[in-house]
Write a protein that binds this ligand. Sequence first.
Ligand SMILES: *Cc1c(COP(=O)(O)O)cnc(C)c1O
Length: 366
Amino acid sequence: MRGFLNTPDSSLYSGVLARYGAWMDLPAHTRPVTLLEGNTPLIPMPRLAQELGGGFELFVKFEGMNPTGSFKDRGMTAAISEAFGRGVHTVICASTGNTAASAAAYAARAQMRAIVIIPEGKVAAGKLAGAVAYGAQVIQIQGSFDDALSLVVEISERHPIALVNSLNPYRLEGQKTAAFEIVDALGSAPDWLCLPVGNAGNITSYWMGFRQDHARRSSGLPRILGVQAEGAAPLVLGHPVEHPETVATAIRIGKPARGEQALEAAEQSGGRIIAVSDAEILAMQRRLAGEGVWVEPASAAGLAGLARQLREGKMRLSELRGRRVVAVCTGHGLKDPEIIAHNMPAPLRLPARMDALEEAILGVSR
Ligand SMILES: *Cc1c(COP(=O)(O)O)cnc(C)c1O
C-alpha cells in the first residue's frame, strides 16, 4: 500500500486501513482514502439485558458513529482506496441510501466522480441528502433496489467505472474490521452476534473477520443471528421476494447479492437467520433510544430478533448465562428522522406563559 492521501500515518489519525491493513487482502496499488472511519463504540446495555431476562452481558456495536453515519464507511474506504490507486475516475453504486452517502463522501475525498442509483420512493431523506451534499450525481430509477443493482453491475462491466456495492470484494475486506474491533475490545469473540441482513454483505464480512481473527489469535467464534424484516425475508422464505416492503429501508431487499454466503455464515457458526415484524423493529428502536442510543430502524432488527428468540424460547436464558452478546447497530437514527415524526407524538404547543408551562410540566395551575 502506498502512502496515505489525506492523513498522517499515526495511530491518533487512523482509519481501518491504517489499523488493520495488514489483515486485509488488498492489491498493492491500493492508495488509502480515509475519513478516519471505524473505532466505533461498543456500548454496554445492562438495563436492556436485564429486561430481556438477565444473566448475560449485552453490548451494542454502534456503527452509526462512522463518518457518514453507517458501517458502510468501513467497506467504502477499502473499495475507494483500491479504485483510486488503480487510477479510476468514476465510481457507481446502487443503494437504499447509506451506501450512496458513503460512496459519495469517499469519492469526494479522492476527487472522484460518484454516481448513485436509487430505487423509486422509500429512500430515507437523511441518506439522500448526504449523497447530494457530498456532490454525487443521484439518479432515481423507476424500479426496485434489485433492478438498480443489475444496472450498475452491467454498466461497470461495459465502462471504466468502478462498482462499489458489496459485490466488490474490497468492501467485505473493509467491513470485516468491525469483527477485529469487537475482539480487541472484549479480549475474545462474543458468544452471539446479532445483526440485520439486507444484501448480506455485512453478515458475510463479520463471519470472514471472526474466522480470520480466530485463525490468527484463537479468539473464538460467535454464533450469528441474522435478522430480516418479515416483508423482505428472502433468506427465511427460501426464495426471492418480488416486492419487498418494510419500514427498515436499509434492509428492504428481495434478492440479496450474498444470500448464499449469509446462509453459510449462519449455519457454519451454529446460528440462524430469522425475520421480525416492522412493529418489533420500531419497538426496539424506541427501546434503544430510551437508553440513549438512537439508531435507524434497520439497525434495531438484530436486537428485535434476539428479543423474539428469547420470547419464543428458541434461545434460552440458561444457555446465555454468563455469556456475551453483541448486537450490531448498523446506522444512526439521524438518517431517517421522518420515521420518528410518523410514529411518535408531536410536541405540545403552548402559549408563551409561565402558568401554561408550569401546568404542562408540574401538573399544577395557579
Ligand atoms: C446496508 C445496511 C444494512 C444491511 O447490510 P447488508 O450488508 O446489505 O446486509 C443494515 N443496516 C443499515 C443501516 C445499512 O445501511
